[in-house]
Write a protein that binds this ligand. Structure first.
Ligand SMILES: Cc1cc2nc3c(=O)[nH]c(=O)nc-3n(C[C@H](O)[C@H](O)[C@H](O)COP(=O)(O)O)c2cc1C
Length: 201
């Protein structure tokens, strides 16, 4: 069974509604390890060896965070900078993450329409995520489409719960090996996987 590691970054979780709800749903999924980076490293001093061990122990890595200035909160970058070492994660002898899957799971204020070439954000979310995509590629990992929750500002708790349940069902399907490459290779967001019959049975 694949094991999932959620690398979570929210600097003000006490004020969160969407990520807080996502957290509670995904923590309940068997086979998921939830690693709260701001809780573990409030001073940003990351335990590199511990984080590398965690990566080795899991098959699917999820970078879960609110979208801040078209990227992640800064601890996610700090974690990437320190943990993905040369000749460990990348470089001629850096094969430790090869073959693992990785994707972003994010929430953002902007609507899907706003992330079109005609919208005020001009580019799709997937284009803003290209540095994550290429980082994964350099580490010989497989970068999957992101799970994205749009329009968080006016979202009712019932809708947030629906997204949380959908997120958990997708994680569960990964743990149960019910999602294969053919299911996600042509989709924009992993959210579309909820149409899969395996997830609705
Ligand atoms: C510092 C900051 C930067 C933000 N940048 C963006 C952004 O670039 N694009 C966007 O759509 N939303 C942006 N937002 C909105 C957040 O993504 C949104 O409020 C968050 O995902 C909601 O989740 P939460 O309830 O867990 O905080 C930003 C919010 C903050 C506080």
């Amino acid at each position: 069974m694949p094991k999932i590691l959620i690398q979570f970054a929210h600097p003000t979780l006490s004020k969160s509604s969407v990520q807080k709800t996502m957290e509670s749903y995904c923590r309940a999924v068997k086979g998921v390890t939830f690693n709260d980076l701001y809780e573990n490293y409030p001073d940003l001093y990351i335990d590199v060896k511990k984080e590398q061990q965690l990566l080795l122990q899991h098959d699917i890595i999820v970078l879960q965070h609110p979208f801040y200035w078209y990227s992640s909160p800064p601890i996610m970058k700090q974690w990437l900078d320190l943990v993905l070492e040369y000749n460990w994660a990348y470089g001629p002898e850096g094969n430790r993450l090869a073959g693992k899957k990785i994707f972003n799971a994010l929430s953002c204020g902007g609507s899907k329409e706003a992330y079109k070439d005609t919208g005020y954000n001009r580019f799709p979310v997937n284009e803003y995520l290209l540095p994550f995509n290429q980082t994964a590629h350099l580490c010989k990992m497989e970068y999957l489409p992101p799970f994205v929750i749009h329009e968080t500002y006016s979202m009712k708790q019932q809708t947030i719960d629906d997204h949380g349940k959908q997120y958990a069902s997708i994680l569960k399907a990964f743990v149960n090996n019910e999602i294969q490459q053919e299911h996600y290779q042509h989709i924009e967001y992993l959210n579309e996987l909820h149409l899969l019959s395996a997830l609705n049975s």
